[in-house]
Each structure stands twice: as structure tokens, then as C-alpha cells.
Design a protein around this ligand. Structure first.
Ligand SMILES: Nc1nc2c(ncn2[C@@H]2O[C@H](COP(=O)(O)OP(=O)(O)OP(=O)(O)O)[C@@H](O)[C@H]2O)c(=O)[nH]1
Ligand SMILES: [Mg+2]
Length: 193
């Protein structure tokens, strides 16, 4: 999800250029992280999110620092980088798996990618938040529809991880306070790696 809207100076968030991996441009309905509003900081909490930043197509990988209880770095990996996602698993404390809820043609490939991620040994003790994004679009699929299409009940009951789901719009900011609360609670948990 376009993480290029960096305007972090003085507001608790800084964005850095990508880590050097620049994949070919392609659009897939899933990726690992999201863009959070630049106003995000531990002082302001979920109530101070303000206007969401602009969204942009994902190119390669993007890094964003958030100041919560401590500094955390969010790495966004584009869907087309799926083959090299595992190289980042070892350094991961939480996973945000973002799905394009307005793209029914890619549900199957998103589901396969999700299953592969959930079955990775290195992520066995890492909590996972699934974001059904783009719910601002008129054609988006509801949470009930997405859960049914993904057979989410089966996936969650077989997963080693704690799996949570939320509907979001990176465009208008819907659901982002929930994402922030989940991140804070997850990272506060002593069992978080
Ligand atoms: N309407 C709407 N558009 C969004 C939202 N999030 C991102 N976009 C836009 O959707 C377009 C495609 O972005 P993505 O769906 O992230 O696809 P991509 O970045 O090309 O590829 P991946 O992130 O690797 O899947 C871009 O122009 C984004 O700005 C959203 O919540 N709502
Ligand atoms: Mg993207």
C-alpha cells in the first residue's frame, strides 16, 4: 500500500528511502504492511491520527519508523516481492498482511500467499493482523464476504499464530486507529519476539 507519503519531520514519524530492493512494477492484491498517517506518535495515540497521508503504488520496499512505546520500523514489501518475503521473517515482531478487498480476481493468490506466510516456522510466534483494505471503493467485498471466500475460520483455527482481522481504507483512514491499537497491544505483549 503506497508508503511513499512521507512527511514525518517533527511529528513522530520519519520515512526513509527503500532498502534497495526495487522489483519490477506489478500490482498484486496483498502486501505485508500498511502506510500509517504521518501524525502518528506515542503522545497522540490512536485519537491523534489526523488526516491519512496520500497513498501511492508500492515500488520495491519501504521503511517507516513509528514512535510508539519504543521506535519500531515497519517494512512494506510489495506483493510482487512474495518470493523474497521469507528473507525478512527472521527480523519480524508482527505481521500486517494487507489484502485488496476490492479485487475479487486475486482472492485465490492472496489466500495462497497468506497460507504460506502462516506456515512459515520463523513466524510461528508472531501475531498477524490481516487488513482488508480499500473499503472506500464502492465495489469492495465486506468482511463477511472476504472471510467466506478465504475460508478464514479454517485458516485461523489451523494457524499457529494469533490472527486478527480489520477492514481499512488507507485512502480515507478508516480502521487505522484499530491497526495502531493492535500494534501497541501486540508489541507490549511480553511474548512478542
Ligand atoms: N481507493 C483506494 N486506493 C488505494 C488504497 N490504498 C492504496 N490505494 C491506491 O491503489 C493503487 C494501487 O496500490 P496497491 O493496491 O497498493 O497496489 P501496488 O502498490 O501497485 O502493489 P502492491 O502494494 O505490491 O500490491 C495506488 O494508486 C494506491 O494509491 C485505499 O485504501 N483505497
Ligand atoms: Mg501497494
Amino acid at each position: 500500500q503506497g508508503a511513499g507519503g512521507g512527511r514525518g519531520a517533527g511529528c513522530g514519524v520519519s520515512r526513509m528511502p527503500g532498502g534497495g530492493v526495487q522489483g519490477a512494477r506489478c500490482r498484486l492484491p496483498f502486501r505485508l504492511v500498511l502506510n500509517l498517517p504521518a501524525q502518528l506518535s506515542s503522545k497522540e495515540g490512536a485519537k491523534g491520527l489526523g488526516e491519512p497521508p496520500a497513498t501511492l503504488p508500492t515500488v520495491g520496499t519501504n521503511l517507516t519508523d513509528l514512535l510508539l512505546q519504543r521506535k519500531i520500523t515497519i517494512r512494506e514489501l510489495g506483493g510482487c516481492m512474495g518470493p523474497i518475503w521469507p528473507s525478512y521473517y527472521g527480523d519480524c515482531s508482527a505481521v500486517l498482511f494487507m489484502i485488496d478487498a476490492a479485487n475479487p480476481t486475486q482472492v485465490a493468490s492472496s489466500c495462497i500467499q497468506l497460507l504460506s506466510l502462516l506456515s512459515a516456522e520463523q513466524l510461528a510466534s508472531v501475531s498477524v493482523l490481516i487488513l482488508f483494505n480499500k473499503i472506500d471503493l464502492p465495489c469492495y467485498m465486506s468482511l463477511v464476504e472476504m472471510k467466506s471466500l478465504f475460508r478464514m475460520q479454517d485458516i485461523v483455527s489451523c494457524a499457529m499464530q494469533s490472527v486478527t482481522m480489520v477492514e481499512t481504507s488507507a485512502r480515507d483512514g478508516t480502521g487505522l486507529p484499530d491497526v495502531l491499537q493492535w500494534l501497541q497491544a501486540t508489541l507490549r505483549d511480553p511474548s512478542c519476539p
